[in-house]
Design a protein. Sequence first.
Length: 69
Amino acid sequence: MSRRFHLETLGCPKNAVDSDKIAGALEADGLVPAAGVADADLVVVNTCAFIEAARQESVDTVLALADAR
């Protein structure tokens, strides 16, 4: 069975482009997208931290994903 990943993207449209590249690299390495965070072997949060609100959103998201696992 292939290892599965969950990719969470926060922030600007540039992050969405970067996430597409990350997903492509993970898939090229043989990983497949998971149905959800609870099914993932690897969880990636792609975010930025230019402003305080973005930093807080990042922390909140990481904590929520950890709870979901």
